[in-house]
Design a protein around this ligand. Structure first.
Ligand code: GLU
Length: 295
């Protein structure tokens, strides 16, 4: 456990957090679509993370900043927006922290997530974070609050790539430390793998003709395609299940249970649907919330 944590630490030391200046389009989602009621007199007995947040008076949340529709720092408004951001805000509000004044966001790439939770740099992480057993050894997950699936983004005029079995010999880009890049390696889909810290860097490479495809979750890729439908398209059927969880410190069972209660309530009372339709589902698609897994 300690060695694993150290290995992750070594892997991510020297990472650069890249703020992305990508232009946004009207379909990319609105800024802060919900104003969740802030809960009062909240207690989470036995949670060291909640105690730390309460003492500090603010919540530090790890997020993505370059994934339109999910976790996106809109360069026009200089505000974070998207489905993951709304989930992060809802959780903060239900823990008693005003999401408009008491949240500090930190943009953290996929490869640095576990370590940022382990070393206490953030209180929790909401950003297309797949729940899996390897990660559960290092951190804990509340949720899932959404199920995505791995897919492919290509140039709009590409006819040669239609699914994972057509990637042989193609240059495929994904993010370091992600489940999709691991799947490309494990399933030997191509031997030309290009990796970056952030998916937006892969999209830039695709537009520049330096790679042939970007692979990650369909929810992420659809956001990029929606920003530039003239040049980009998502192809094929999703070929994995990526259940998104909220990452929090390992062993903080009290906070995990509290967050699962919050996500459960949002699924029951319609809050989840409201958030979905204002962000990921803004172009009319439908979805239902998954049941939380209280492992
Ligand atoms: N959901 C996948 C993962 O957690 C891919 C997206 C991401 O890298 O955030 O690795």
């Amino acid at each position: 456990m300690k060695l694993q944590a150290m290995a992750v630490g070594l892997l991510v030391s020297g990472l650069v957090l890249v703020a992305c200046g990508r232009e946004t389009s009207p379909g990319a989602g609105n800024t802060t679509v919900t104003a969740p009621n802030v809960a009062h007199n909240v207690t989470v007995v036995g949670s060291p993370t909640f105690a730390r947040m309460t003492q500090r008076g603010t919540v530090i949340i790890g997020v993505k900043n370059d994934q339109p529709g999910l976790g996106y720092l809109n360069p026009r408004t200089n505000k974070y927006e998207g489905f993951d951001i709304e989930m992060a805000r809802l959780i903060a509000a239900k823990l008693g922290f005003d999401p408009n004044t008491k949240i500090q966001y930190q943009a953290i790439p996929s490869a640095a997530r576990e370590q940022s939770i382990i070393n206490g740099q953030i209180d929790y992480y909401v950003g297309t974070y797949t729940i899996n057993d390897a990660r559960k050894k290092l951190i804990a997950f509340a949720g899932p609050y959404f199920i995505a699936g791995q897919s492919l983004l290509v140039k709009a005029d590409d006819q040669s790539i239609t699914g994972p079995e057509t990637l042989k010999g193609k240059r495929v880009c994904s993010a370091t430390g992600s489940t999709p890049i691991r799947r490309v390696r494990e399933q030997n889909l191509t031997d030309k793998i290009v990796e970056f810290q952030n998916y937006s860097q892969c999209v830039d490479q695709l537009l520049a003709g330096q790679v042939d495809a970007v692979t990650t979750d369909d929810a992420i890729l659809k956001g990029y395609a929606a920003q530039d439908p003239q040049h980009l398209k998502v192809v094929g059927k999703p070929f994995s299940q990526e259940p998104y969880g909220v990452g929090l410190p390992h062993g903080d069972d009290a906070l995990r249970a509290k967050m699962n209660d919050i996500l459960d309530a949002a699924a029951q009372d319609g809050t989840w649907q409201t958030i979905y339709h204002a962000t990921l589902g803004v172009s009319g698609s439908d979805a239902t919330p998954p049941a939380v897994d209280r492992y």
